[in-house]
Write a protein that binds this ligand. Structure first.
Ligand code: UDP
Length: 244
């Protein structure tokens, strides 16, 4: 399947795909045994790209698929006049790929999160998606000297899909740095998704997700995110002013 041309939000290319199209693109990559590095770009990530040159190069030039995650990214794309069909949230795409693993037998590896969280997410995934193949887990707290062993363990488990939950931008930087050593085909950073799947962190109720209010729920649950979340209003202003 052909990937649609990306649209640019504050200079960051974003592919205007639906969730179904995104899954189809990634399944094609798996079938052809081609590597695909996926970024689900929310407003915070797009703002990080404005300040961090290295991260901008990773997202804008090295990622194969950049998807519109979050109400902010979808709003900005539409405000700038592009046809963004829907939001493709990282957590939802991760779940769809686990479903694909259950139906088609693709193997997944969970890397990241506090000790025990990836294992708890694996147990939950096995309950939700009977037949899902999760071939290994490893927490996300490690020394540089442990990196080679981590990569070796991942390759020995031979996953088709590698989910990395170290938070942005760390997860994307880690994936790009090690991309050539990793044999997995789908490489995707998923932030706090293991925490959510494992039930350590609650996701906003569906009505809040549908009303573009997921950010408010996250702020309510984790007030410590306040400073980070200031990126959101700054993002909105930057988009409004970029379009005068
Ligand atoms: N994390 C990790 N190693 C680190 C830093 C963070 O494994 O060195 C994990 C952390 O435990 C959490 C996730 O990365 O599970 C980051 O979640 P957050 O919600 O901050 O990510 P976001 O989705 O906002 O990028």
């Amino acid at each position: 399947m052909q990937i649609k041309e990306p649209v640019k939000i504050l200079g960051v290319p974003v592919h205007p795909l639906t969730m179904d199209e995104s899954v189809a693109v990634l399944e094609t990559k798996l079938v052809h045994k081609e590597q695909a590095f996926v970024v689900t770009a929310n407003a915070e990530i797009i703002m990080m790209c404005q300040k961090d040159k290295e991260y901008n190069t990773i997202v804008s030039e090295q990622a194969d698929l950049v998807l519109p995650d979050g109400a902010g990214a979808v709003w900005a794309g539409r405000y700038l006049g592009y046809n963004i069909p829907e939001r493709v949230a990282g957590f939802d795409l991760y779940n769809r790929l686990l479903q694909l693993s259950a139906t088609k037998g693709y193997k997944a590896y969970f890397f990241g999160g506090a000790p025990g969280v990836a294992e708890a997410a694996k147990n939950k995934a096995e309950e939700l998606y009977p037949g899902v193949k999760i071939v290994g887990c490893r927490n996300g707290f490690f020394k540089d000297s442990e990196e080679d062993t981590i990569i070796q363990d991942i390759n020995t488990a031979a996953p088709d899909m590698l989910f990395v939950a170290l938070g942005a931008p760390k997860q994307e930087k880690w994936l790009i740095k090690n991309r050539e050593k990793l044999q997995a085909k789908i490489l995707m950073g998923i932030g706090g998704s293991f925490d959510v799947l494992a039930g350590k962190m609650e996701r906003a109720p569906k009505w809040m997700q549908d009303s573009s209010l997921e950010w408010a729920f996250r702020l309510y649950k984790q007030p410590s995110r306040f400073m980070r979340m200031l990126a959101l209003p700054k993002f909105v202003l930057k988009v409004l002013f970029s379009h005068k």
